[in-house]
Design a protein around this ligand. Structure first.
Ligand code: NAD
Length: 502
């Protein structure tokens, strides 16, 4: 595995090269497996935002005029570079996020699939043509780039989430400014280097590191035409409201509370495997993690012990050392999640497995919290009502399918939901009745492939366009319809007519 070159102070990327910026503020970036500050990251000032956007405007103008052949040749080259250097990106992710290396490699793979999708841009950007709608008149539609677009991403997928948007936006002829999470910023610089290596002209892809100052600068900048945001629901709502108030098109993907419903006829061994994988993969720091396991009676009596026995075999430790689950991203987040565990106990839920007593395979200074399982959780408890974003799985017992469905649909979030059953009719009914954007049938984390679109409903998405797939192409272009008349020399002139043509 090739070790990535990581900066001591992670810089911005402007006009094709690393750039320190003028901002004096910096943030600490931790190694979550040791708890040590591993490096720092530059925080952009308002002037830095203007400087990066100005370079992007210039580059974007030329890129919009580049032929489709030129654009796709860069995308194909980027696909090759990313595939070759994927282990460097994965190592950077594990070093700063903490997720285990295999999982980080999987994240890069999912991003790579969006790049492959974007390589088909010439087909996706085809317009339509209606020949001869009237005498000598044809009508056709084209889709054109927006200009400079911003991508603001969360800590939990430092490569995959940017790659949900950036390749599609670039394929569509836009220039992109990425504002990554300040918690794990190094992957963004590796991606920038790879775009340069693939031959993308300087300025078409930029990185602006930082916090709210950088985000607000992008949201209010007149030359930023669209914003793709992924993060927590309160910030998603803020980004949507601020961005649209400033005249931008915005897609803002928010938080989640994903339910997995298990019916009594389900294969419980498979359901237990799925619940453990989807609940504790990436330490539960996935927007599609399962956090509420809804067991229709009498499922829980048998399923809870099956899950607990699998949890006993999980090894929590340094993601670089071949264990099952890594640390949480920061000490503050670990403490917040541990606070939910304490709240669950005091609200009367049954604690089946307590992750606070985990013995990690790794440094004692890491941000550790082991897999945790609660049974007999009910709405009204904070562990059910709120997004925990950690390795805490809550079992909710219900008497019927209808009760399970009502529970899922009453939740303010609507990202993903899954049902486990052998009954095709029940699965089909669930798929039609459940109010979420992504549904799994005997699949716990129903993340759509790159050629479909990813997104939730309700408080999990503000705006109406999902990420990647054809919706992504739609988001990063605007449509134009052309009506043209090329009369033949002998056709009569229509003359003056103040009415609508009939
Ligand atoms: P976050 O909302 O704290 O941060 C997301 C981005 O917003 C970061 O770049 C951050 O710098 C910026 N930001 C944070 N506070 C801000 C503020 N006050 N003003 C302006 N910008 C601000 O989210 P996070 O903790 O990095 O990520 C975890 C969250 O993301 C979870 O809620 C998770 O469900 C969600 N998420 C959702 C999806 C999805 O597809 N719906 C995917 C991944 C993560």
């Amino acid at each position: 595995m090739t070790k990535p070159k990581l900066y001591d102070v992670v810089p911005h990327w402007r006009a094709g090269s690393a750039w320190a910026g003028s901002g004096e503020r910096r943030g600490d970036v931790y190694d979550p497996a040791t708890g040590a500050v591993a490096r720092q990251v530059a925080f952009a000032s308002g002037d830095d935002v203007s400087s990066v956007v100005a370079a992007a405007v210039d580059a974007g103008r030329e890129w919009a005029a580049a032929s489709l052949t030129r654009r796709t040749s860069v995308l194909f080259a980027f696909r090759e570079v990313l595939a070759r250097r994927r282990s460097e990106v994965a190592a950077a992710i594990t070093a700063e996020h903490g997720k285990v290396l295999d999982d980080a490699l999987g994240e890069v793979q999912r991003g790579l699939e969006v790049v492959e999708f974007a390589c088909g841009a010439p087909h996706l950007l085809k317009g339509s043509f209606s020949d001869g709608v009237s005498g000598g008149v044809d009508v056709y539609s084209i889709r054109q780039p927006l200009g400079v677009v911003a991508v603001i991403s969360p800590f939990n997928f430092p490569a995959m989430v940017p790659l949900w948007f950036v390749p599609v936006a670039i394929a569509c002829g836009n220039a992109v400014v990425l504002k990554p999470s300040e918690k794990d910023p190094s992957a963004s610089l590796l991606l920038a280097e790879m775009w340069a290596e693939a031959g993308l002209p300087a300025g078409v892809f930029s990185v602006l590191q930082g916090d709210k100052v950088a985000v607000d600068g992008l949201l209010t900048h007149p030359d930023v035409k669209a914003v793709s945001f992924v993060g927590s629901t309160p910030i998603a709502r803020y980004v949507y409201e601020t961005g649209t108030t400033h005249g931008k098109r915005v897609q803002a993907l928010g938080g989640a509370k994903n339910h997995m419903v298990v019916l009594p006829d389900a294969d419980l061994e498979a359901a237990a495997d799925a619940a453990v994988s989807a609940g504790f993969g990436s330490a539960g720091e996935r927007c599609m993690a399962i956090s509420a396991l809804v067991c229709v009676d009498p499922v829980a009596d048998a399923l809870v012990p099956l899950i607990a026995s699998r949890m006993a075999a999980l090894v929590t430790g340094d993601g670089r050392s071949g264990c099952d689950m890594g640390p949480l991203v920061t000490g503050a987040h670990r403490d917040k999640v541990a606070g939910y565990v304490a709240a669950g106990i005091s609200s009367g839920a049954s604690l089946v497995v307590d992750g606070r007593s985990v013995v990690p395979s790794g440094s004692s200074g890491g941000f550790w919290l082991g897999p945790t399982l609660f049974d007999r959780v009910t709405p009204g408890m904070s562990i059910y009502d709120e997004e925990i974003f950690g390795p805490v799985l809550s079992v909710v017992r219900v008497a019927t399918y209808d009760e399970a469905l009502a529970l899922v649909n009453a939740n303010p979030y609507g990202n993903g939901a899954a049902i486990f059953t052998h009954d095709g009719g029940a699965a089909r009914r669930f798929q039609r009745e459940v109010e979420v954007g992504m549904v799994g049938i005997n699949v716990p984390i129903p993340v759509p492939m790159a050629y479909y679109s990813f997104g939730g409903w309700k408080s999990s998405l503000f705006g109406d366009t999902h990420a990647h797939g054809t919706e992504g192409v739609h988001f990063f272009t605007r449509g134009k319809v052309v009506t043209s008349r090329w009369p033949s020399p002998d056709s009569p002139r229509p003359g003056v007519d103040l009415g609508f043509p009939q």
